[in-house]
Design a protein around this ligand. Sequence first.
Ligand SMILES: [Zn+2]
Length: 85
Amino acid sequence: MSEFNCECVSWARVHTDTYPISNHHPHCAKHKTEHFVKVGYDGRWCVVKPSEVHDFINSGDCIYTLTDIYLTIEQYENLPEFNGF
Ligand SMILES: [Zn+2]
């Protein structure tokens, strides 16, 4: 069985969340998430690695909203390009 062909491919999914769909169903044993931080400002947002948050929020005078989120690596990599706040 390859990484993307496990039993979860037949499980129904609804793509309702804000982030790209994951390769595995969230209830699949192969669904592995990592900690990221969603940085929000003025209705817009981007996702950064926890180690990058400090540099990011220190680069401006704005008050950002920080939310801990958990995404798989492929979801993170498939996020839309961020063009700045
Ligand atoms: Zn799976």
